[in-house]
Design a protein around this ligand. Structure first.
Ligand code: TXA
Ligand code: MG
Length: 318
């Protein structure tokens, strides 16, 4: 199906992707239509083999060579100057291409069988949370794509780290499970995370309004039990049907509370699935993500989880 220009959704270790033959412009164009994605938001090209990266990128500097050799396959995407074979439709007119070599066995088997590089955004309708199970892909994309490969739920649960290596200094455009610390260590230079979406070094994707639940959501970052309970009680008294989304939900007693996960990796794995559930069942989401040094949440996915929660609540921190 991929080789005949169809769209096929497939599992990866991060989220499900919406695959098309990256070398077939007509197929890639269908991706934007199926998702309702703005055409100036470029796609990631997925490969099975490291050699394919050198077919797509016109220059692989020392930083990139290190990431390719020492990290990949992994939940990381690198942005490199593109070769002419990569259409501007894939890169939204940019001179660079984002390349990723997924880690999961299911993704690797799919990409190997495809025998072409596969462009793939997350397999959700634009503005919805990324799908981490095939059922959520079907909810969004049924009738719009040729097939979905029904694999296991995604283990990482948040999208890959996007690392821009097309400039002199490496910078993370989107935090993910491959952390800032790990990349700084590997590359031997401090690797920053892009903070201000209006600054010049930019990933087009971070400009767009990210997924926000269909019900109001706030974020609490101190795990202040009294503050959380007070806030909940006020919303409950106002008839808003609130829910606490936090670690160790049993401590909230009779109040409605849902588990955020015992650590940041668990939080990441269940993040989008739980968001889709909470907005259906409740009227107000009070999320708590407290990330202090050496706490159970201080792991490789903490920056990525915080980033997605911040976007989901529109930076509305209580
Ligand atoms: O984990 C993932 O990366 C998943 C799975 C399916 O691999 N894919 C994914 O794709 O999250 P998508 O389209 O939802 O996000 C792609 C991100 C966007 O923020 C986009 O702007 C950025 O990558 N991107 C793509 N090409 C780029 C480029 N040439 N320069 C800068 N950013 C780029
Ligand atoms: Mg996406």
């Amino acid at each position: 199906m991929i080789r005949s220009g169809e769209l096929v959704a497939f599992p990866t270790e991060t989220v499900y992707g919406l695959g098309a033959n990256a070398l077939d412009v007509a197929a890639v164009k269908k991706t934007y239509a199926a998702k309702g994605r703005p055409v100036d938001n470029p796609l990631i090209v997925h490969v099975y083999d490291k050699a394919q990266i050198y077919d797509l990128a016109s220059e692989v500097n020392d930083f990139a060579a290190k990431v390719i050799e020492r990290l990949m396959p992994a939940p990381i995407t690198i942005v490199l100057p593109k070769k002419d074979v990569v259409s501007g439709v894939v890169t939204a007119g940019l001179p660079s291409v984002a390349v990723r070599m997924p880690l999961s066995d299911e993704a690797r088997r799919f990409l190997k069988a495809a025998r072409v590089p596969v462009s793939a955004p997350s397999a959700n309708i634009s503005g919805r949370p990324s799908p981490t199970t095939w059922q959520r892909v079907a909810d969004d994309m049924d009738g719009r794509i040729a097939a979905v490969l029904c694999g296991a739920p995604c283990q990482v649960g948040i999208e890959s780290t996007v690392l821009d290596l097309s400039r002199d200094e490496p910078i993370i455009l989107r935090p993910g499970a491959v952390s800032e610390q790990r990349l700084s260590q590997l590359l031997g230079v401090p690797v920053g995370i892009l903070k201000d979406p209006s600054s010049k070094v930019n990933s087009p994707g971070v400009r767009y309004k990210h997924y926000a639940p269909s019900v109001p959501m706030v974020l609490e970052l101190d795990d202040d039990y009294d503050k959380l309970c007070d806030f909940y009680d006020k919303k409950a008294a106002a008839g808003l049907n609130p829910v606490l989304w936090a670690r160790d939900p049993a401590r909230f007693g009779q109040r409605h509370a849902v588990d955020m996960g015992a650590n940041d990796l668990e939080a990441a794995a269940n993040l989008y699935e739980t968001m889709r559930l909470l907005e259906k069942q409740y009227g107000f989401i009070i999320a708590c993500f407290c990330w202090t040094k050496n706490s159970p949440y201080d792991g490789s996915a903490s920056q990525g989880v915080l980033d997605r929660l911040m976007r989901a609540c529109g930076h509305n921190v209580i």
